[in-house]
Design a protein around this ligand. Structure first.
Ligand code: NAD
Ligand code: DAU
Length: 343
């Protein structure tokens, strides 16, 4: 099979490419990525020379470029990871989120229709369901939970999901959608909670916890997410949504304390700062459908996954040190400079 992986120079997309090249050496993998601030070609350095891998720098919104790539490669499957992915950035500047996440997805699907793709898979998020209250631990997101978004990011992802399902119903495009909870692991951009806290801890910088830090996320090791997506594209049913989650709910404050502990740093680095606008309280996935239909279960325990992740950031400092030495400094000053230190 020839598989186009969009957004493959980002966090989950790159891990998925590594997974594919190892598990399915018979497949040809094309990475299509615009290389935005979040895309990093050095992440893919170890696979660049593989004969069954090709990298193409391209914007998914560039209709002619995407058409030409399909003409050249005649892909069987497209897995769409490409997106603007950071909630805080979407609050500052929604328009690029609408452009990439909705328009870009529609361009890809239009070209998929013209070329008669075998499967278009949309990598979506649990954030499309909104949030759950902290005092109802019995509630979980299922695939039939209504979409109820909070941020421009989650709204753009929900818009794309609706469009994907509409292309299935209207044009018969063979699609699938997966909605996953928070991922962690190697190569995550240091704007996200876990790598940001690791990098700050190592530099003895304040650890900016939004509000009280009581918000709950359902953390999943990235390799487990990659395995789930791969099962969905190969064995999942067309026109279906699959939730993916680790049954691993944790409060932000507990994650940050754990990182301090693992790195031997004092919890006095923790600084409570102004909360995120519209901050979702709790995400919790019910992964029963993907378990019963496809036999998927998360394999990595959080204690093991977080230690592996911290180890990876310790061993790969040049990768993230270069990122945080550039434009990231302006981003950090803008996003965190104005936040009041609550305590
Ligand atoms: P990321 O920000 O690390 O990577 C995004 C990648 O997409 C980058 O390589 C970037 O260059 C590329 N990209 C952005 N705009 C593009 C465009 N217009 N054309 C081509 N490439 C473009 O994101 P991530 O955390 O790896 O997330 C990947 C996907 O998974 C996203 O769709 C996200 O919504 C979804 N998701 C993420 C998580 C998570 O916890 N990170 C959880 C569930 C779902
Ligand atoms: O649930 C899936 C989603 O998970 C994905 O769709 C998104 O692409 C991904 O970015 C992630 O969204 P979150 O907003 O949950 O992730 P983030 O790492 O930005 O924040 C996790 C929690 O930590 C959230 O409650 C906000 C909080 N936080 C985050 C940062 C960056 C802090 O308290 N301080 C911080 O500096």
């Amino acid at each position: 099979m020839t598989i186009i992986v969009t957004g493959g120079a980002g966090f989950i997309g790159s891990n998925y490419i590594f997974y594919l090249l190892e598990k399915h050496p018979e497949d040809r993998i094309i990475c299509l990525d615009k290389l935005t601030y979040a895309g990093n070609l050095s992440t893919l350095a170890s696979v660049m020379d593989k004969p069954n891998f090709r990298f193409v720098k391209l914007d998914i919104c560039d209709r002619e470029g995407v058409y030409q790539l399909f003409e050249d490669e005649k892909p069987d499957v497209v897995v769409n990871f490409a997106a603007e992915s950071h909630v805080d950035r979407s609050i500052e500047n929604p328009s690029i989120f609408l452009q990439t996440n909705i328009i870009g997805t529609s361009v890809l699907m239009d070209v998929c229709r013209e070329f008669g793709i075998g499967r278009f898979h949309q990598v979506s998020t649990d954030e499309v369901y909104g949030d759950l209250p902290l005092d109802r631990p019995d509630l979980f997101f299922t695939e039939t939970t209504p979409l109820h978004t909070s941020s421009p990011y989650s709204s753009s992802k929900a818009g794309a999901d609706l469009l994907v399902m509409a292309y299935h119903r209207t044009y018969g495009l063979p699609v699938s959608v997966s909605r996953c909870s928070n991922n962690y692991g190697a190569y995550q951009f240091p704007e996200k909670l876990i790598p940001l806290m690791i990098a700050n801890c190592l530099a003895d910088k304040p650890l900016p916890v939004y509000g009280e830090g009581l918000n709950v996320r359902d953390w999943l090791f990235v390799d487990d997410h990659c395995k789930a997506i791969d099962l969905v594209i190969r064995k999942g049913r067309e026109g279906e949504v699959y939730n993916i989650g680790g049954h691993n709910e944790m409060r932000n404050i507990d994650i940050v304390k754990l990182i301090c502990h693992e790195l031997g740093k004092s919890e006095s680095l923790i600084t409570h700062v102004t909360d995120r606008k519209g901050h979702d309280m709790r995400y919790a996935i019910d992964p029963t459908k993907i378990h019963t239909e496809l036999g998927w279960l998360p394999e990595t325990k959080f204690e093991d996954g977080i230690r592996k992740t911290i180890r990876w950031y310790l061993d790969n400092k040049p990768w993230w040190a270069e990122i945080i030495s550039g434009e990231y400094q302006n981003y950090y000053a803008k996003m965190y400079g104005d936040r009041e230190h609550l305590r």
